[in-house]
Design a protein around this ligand. Structure first.
Ligand SMILES: Nc1nc2c(c(=O)[nH]1)N[C@H]1C(S)=C(S)[C@@H](COP(=O)(O)OP(=O)(O)OC[C@H]3O[C@@H](n4cnc5c(=O)[nH]c(N)nc54)[C@H](O)[C@@H]3O)O[C@H]1N2
Ligand SMILES: Nc1nc2c(c(=O)[nH]1)N[C@H]1C(S)=C(S)[C@@H](COP(=O)(O)OP(=O)(O)OC[C@H]3O[C@@H](n4cnc5c(=O)[nH]c(N)nc54)[C@H](O)[C@@H]3O)O[C@H]1N2
Ligand code: SF4
Ligand code: SF4
Ligand SMILES: [Mo]
Length: 897
């Protein structure tokens, strides 16, 4: 029997753990009880009392006034939300609140987006009887920050902003100071937004019921024509956006509360950094380079030129003299078409995407160990885990909405282990921070395994039933020289010992890894060890456990799923396999190549050797972001044809023969697949800027121009085509993706898969692979003359080559890449904070501003790679992960002058 409580004498079933407010909202109506200090996803606060209701133990019995937001509903109680005395009480409370608020409130410009006005109207307050609170009305506005403003004369002390900052973002920037009429919100030690440690996530602005804290796009004073839901274009978290449009222009963005990925939260890139889309720098017409200068062309001229050049190169050489790089920034449908174009129209497997320089070791390493190269679980599982291992990842900067969740978990009772050469923000919250020397992951993992096996913390039944190769693996681990591993990694063995026990003895443990694992010469080996770590402890196949790579770009998961790699076609099917080859030939109705094509580093190598004549690059700024920039420039400059499809004139676009102006994510439709395999709908918010076209349309038109019968472009039709060839998209339709998308594999009928490998691994048994640490050739060859190691990572405010974020006000928040250097090193080289230093590697050098910091150990330098003025990839090397050719960005020999 359901337990029951009564609302206005009507019985309703109650649910465990509900407050009276939640109960009334869910079972009866969300209009019955007005609230002020309450807001979705924040803990009940019970400060404003506007949500008060009468509660009696029997029908019409003596009632007590209770704040419904923080009173649990109990069986058999009688709730009267609108009794006469409650209505009067609410009106009094609101009158008092308004007393301390600008008197023009009821007619203020924030019109119908102000919750305070709405509540005032609902409780029937039309004017204010009490005198105005003393000092509240002439507080100065804070206009220091490009996105956040405050006008605290409008503040009603509800504390929603303070709680959002604490409970969602975990920054603790805002607090209440003073008491009574004097109490007010302060930032940091009573400073401005820009001077405080605010990370500009905007959670406070979204939470504020008035516009006391607001974003400068003045979300609260604009009445949008339309609000359209879509997906963030930046990182692989895949946050949902609600984009407000007025007069065909994007005005502001908020986080939908009902999103499974980011329920009500965003970082500053998703929420604020959108103004690149109509920046004057957007390319608005095709260009063809003639005698070294770009000349405007119309689309027909550009298409004819490209088609005739490609046909000429195919005829003179062969199709393998042409290669394509597809964009992990673009939707699945566009990536699918790009690989189809290269394979079915050009006739080559020379197709790749930026996963090569990012998580290709993850895809391969997890395919080898599990059979599927993708995250095993949902991010939401953080709620159900006891231990989190963050391995070579910095999610509070690079995956901020996930990073905030990990931080919140660590501040409660989840054990946090961070393995990173830098003291990242999460490292400061971690119970164990293993601050290893860059490039020594395999040695560190072997040490970690040593203690798990020695302590007998292995999950024997999981190993026996679900895995193979364990005995050999174990013998290898036990034969390791512990002293040597300790000295290689530079981490105290006792700390590794304790962390290993913490991980292995946790009931449920998740791991999250990033580029610190993959962008190394032993990247694939490291990922296999991370997968083996989950297997040896049985942390796979359930909610609350995982091996979750934090995939980088918004759709890098999708670009690989769609077949933008030289060895596997759409759906990861092996292009060299006879049966698969026949299947693809039949499906595309074309003759296809059967040998593996070039990956990105091989494309440059081939170009330098005159074996590649043409490249087509969509949405990737390789000159700035691929390793060893000068080599990349030499390779691209040798090509006879370079097509670059871009939003902006990037360093790469400047080298193009033809530039095609593409439409951005806000201007087109399709699907993005986030790092937890969630395929989500990207909806068009505004029409493509005049002169630009969606990438999918451009590729289709070229396919048609070259004689392939591809139907005119529509994202939904291409999605249907994908569902016919990609096995794990079988049950996906545009309609059934709904608001929150589906996690692949999606079976016929639409059932999706939050957790992989529940019963079996894709490859049958999970495989153990022993690994031996090997020092990178970069250090073997150069550390004598270049005694430092420089490693690169990301900063919160800028995104990769900065092509987009540097065309937004983010540019005012962070203005340059800086070099972190340990105080002892700075002293030795007489470097002061802010000095320009010259950093040099065997490939090149650059000048960069020094910041003295204990976040790095002695001998280690670190910086970001967002600014072309610094062009840090002039320093990075050609050393790659031996299995996937992912460049070793993370370990570069350097010296300073
Ligand atoms: N703000 C912002 N967000 C982004 C991006 C961005 O440019 N800006 N880019 C997106 C992309 S494409 C990606 S791939 C992701 C990447 O996100 P992450 O994987 O977090 O990438 P990084 O910040 O490059 O490096 C992660 C960490 O690896 C550590 N590290 C370096 N060397 C080693 C090592 O040898 N071993 C270990 N264990 N750790 C090491 C670094 O100190 C750094 O803290 O971020 C995405 N999100
Ligand atoms: N030193 C160092 N270098 C690194 C790394 C590192 O850790 N250290 N990390 C590497 C990693 S993980 C990655 S993923 C790469 C990223 O390297 P890139 O992919 O080169 O970086 P982005 O700046 O994201 O470039 C994307 C480009 O796509 C364009 N674009 C955006 N949306 C669209 C669209 O819809 N259509 C089209 N046609 N274009 C669009 C943007 O204008 C931008 O120029 O950098 C790598 N480089
Ligand atoms: S600034 Fe807004 S959210 Fe914060 S206490 Fe004041 S009214 Fe509430
Ligand atoms: S966390 Fe990633 S997906 Fe979410 S808003 Fe920030 S950049 Fe966009
Ligand atoms: Mo990436």
């Amino acid at each position: 029997m359901n337990k029951i409580a009564y609302i206005n004498d009507q019985p309703y079933a109650i649910q465990k753990g509900e407050s009276i407010l939640q109960f009334v909202k869910r079972s009866h109506s969300d209009k019955l009880i007005p609230t002020l200090c309450d807001t979705p996803h924040l803990k009940p606060f019970g400060a404003c009392r506007v949500c008060s209701v009468d509660v009696a133990l029997e029908q019409d019995g003596p009632a007590k006034v209770m704040a419904s937001c923080h009173t649990p509903v109990s069986e058999g109680i009688y709730i009267y939300p609108s009794s006469e005395r409650i209505l009067k009480l609410r009106k009094n409370i609101i009158e008092l609140v308004l007393t301390n608020h600008p008197l023009d409130c009821l007619t203020c410009e924030v019109n119908n987006n102000c919750e305070l006005q709405e509540v005032a109207a609902r409780v029937g307050v039309r004017d204010v009887r009490y005198p105005v609170g003393k000092d509240n009305l002439n507080r100065t506005r804070d206009l220091s920050h490009p996105y956040m403003t405050s006008d605290l004369s409008k503040c009603i002390n509800c504390s929603r902003c303070v709680r959002a900052c604490d409970e969602v973002q975990g920054m603790f920037v805002l607090s209440m100071a003073g008491r009574g009429f004097e109490s007010r919100v302060i930032k940091g030690m009573d400073t401005s937004f820009i001077e405080s440690s605010c990370v500009s996530c905007g959670a406070c602005a979204q939470a504020c019921p008035t516009s006391a804290i607001s974003d400068v796009y003045e979300s609260k004073s604009i009445i949008a024509d339309e609000k359209i839901r879509t997906i963030c274009t930046y990182c692989g978290v895949g946050c949902n956006l609600e984009v407000a449009v007025k007069d065909e222009k994007v005005r502001f963005i908020q986080a939908p509360w009902d999103s499974k990925v980011n329920s009500g939260h965003l970082c500053l890139k998703g929420r604020f950094a959108f103004s690149f889309y109509n920046h004057p720098d957007r390319i608005r017409t095709p260009f063809i380079k003639k005698n070294g200068v770009f000349v405007e062309a119309n689309w027909d001229e550009a298409y004819d030129f490209i088609a005739s050049e490609l046909n000429r190169i195919i005829k003179k050489n062969d199709p393998d003299h042409i290669a394509g790089i597809s964009s992990a920034r673009c939707p699945n449908e566009e990536n699918y078409l790009m690989q189809k174009f290269m394979r079915a129209v050009i006739g080559t497997n020379n197709i790749d995407n930026c996963a090569r320089v990012c998580h290709s070791p993850t895809a391969l390493g997890m395919q080898r160990t599990f059979g599927t190269g993708a995250a095993t679980n949902s991010i939401d599982d953080i709620k159900h885990t006891d231990c989190i291992l963050v391995f070579g990842a910095n999610p509070t900067d690079a995956h901020p909405v996930t990073g905030a969740k990990i931080k919140q978990a660590a501040m409660k009772d989840t054990t946090l282990i961070v393995i990173d050469p830098r003291k990242t923000e999460l490292a400061r919250y971690a119970h164990y921070h293993l601050q290893l020397k860059p490039g020594t992951n395999v040695a560190l993992m072997n040490l970690f395994f040593y203690y798990i096996i020695k302590e007998d913390l292995i999950d024997t039944s999981f190993i026996e039933q679900r895995t193979e190769g364990f005995e050999e693996f174990k013998q290898h681990i036990l034969s390791q020289n512990i002293d040597e591993l300790e000295s290689i990694t530079g981490v105290d063995r006792n700390l590794v010992h304790e962390a290993a026990i913490a991980y292995a003895s946790a009931k449920n443990a998740m791991s999250f890894h990033g580029l610190g694992a993959t962008e190394n010469s032993q990247g694939t080996s490291t990922v296999m060890l991370i997968a083996n770590l989950a297997m040896i402890t049985g942390n796979i196949g359930l909610p609350g456990v995982s091996v979750n790579p934090l995939r980088g770009q918004n759709n890098v998961q999708g670009a690989a799923d769609m077949g933008c790699q030289p060895n596997q076609g759409a759906g990861y099917l092996d292009v060299t396999n006879d049966e698969i080859h026949a299947l693809y030939e039949d499906f595309y109705g074309a003759k296809l190549p059967k040998h593996i094509g070039y990956n990105i580093p091989q494309m440059y190598e081939a170009a330098l050797q005159d074996k590649l004549k043409a490249m087509w690059i969509i949405g990737e700024n390789v000159v700035q972001t691929d390793s060893n920039s000068q080599m990349v420039i030499r390779a691209l400059s040798k090509l006879e044809l370079l097509v670059v499809q871009e939003l902006f004139m990037t360093e790469t676009a400047r080298l193009a023969t033809v530039i095609l102006p593409a439409a951005s994510f806000l201007e087109k439709e399709g699907t993005f697949t986030n790092g937890e395999r969630r395929v989500q709908r990207v909806n068009r918010v505004v029409n493509p800027l005049s002169g630009t076209r969606p990438d999918g349309q451009i590729i289709t038109e070229i396919m048609q121009r070259m004689g392939y019968p591809q139907p005119d472009y529509s994202a939904q039709n291409v999605l249907n085509e994908i569902a016919q060839i990609v096995p794990f998209f079988k049950g996906i339709t545009w309609q059934n993706l709904g608001k929150n998308g589906l996690q692949w594999p999606v079976a016929d009928g639409g059932g999706d898969t939050p957790t992989l490998h529940e019963e079996n691994f894709k490859r049958g048994k999970g495989a153990f692979y022993k690994q031996t640490y090997k020092e990178t050739s970069e250090l073997q060859e150069h550390s004598k003359d270049y005694p430092f190691i420089i490693t690169t990572n990301r900063g919160l405010e800028h995104y990769n080559s900065g092509a987009m974020t540097r065309r937004t006000p983010n540019e005012q928040i962070v203005t340059e890449d800086v070099l972190l250097i340990h105080p002892d090193d700075a002293k030795e080289y007489s470097i002061n904070n802010g000095d320009m230093v010259c950093v040099e590697s065997p490939r090149g050098k650059t000048d960069i501003k020094a910041r003295i910091s204990t976040a790095v150990k002695k001998g280690i330098l670190s910086t970001t790679f967002h600014f072309s003025e610094v062009m840090i990839n002039n320093l990075t090397s050609d050393v790659c992960d031996s299995d996937t050719q992912c460049p070793e960005y993370k370990v570069v020999a350097a010296r300073i002058r």
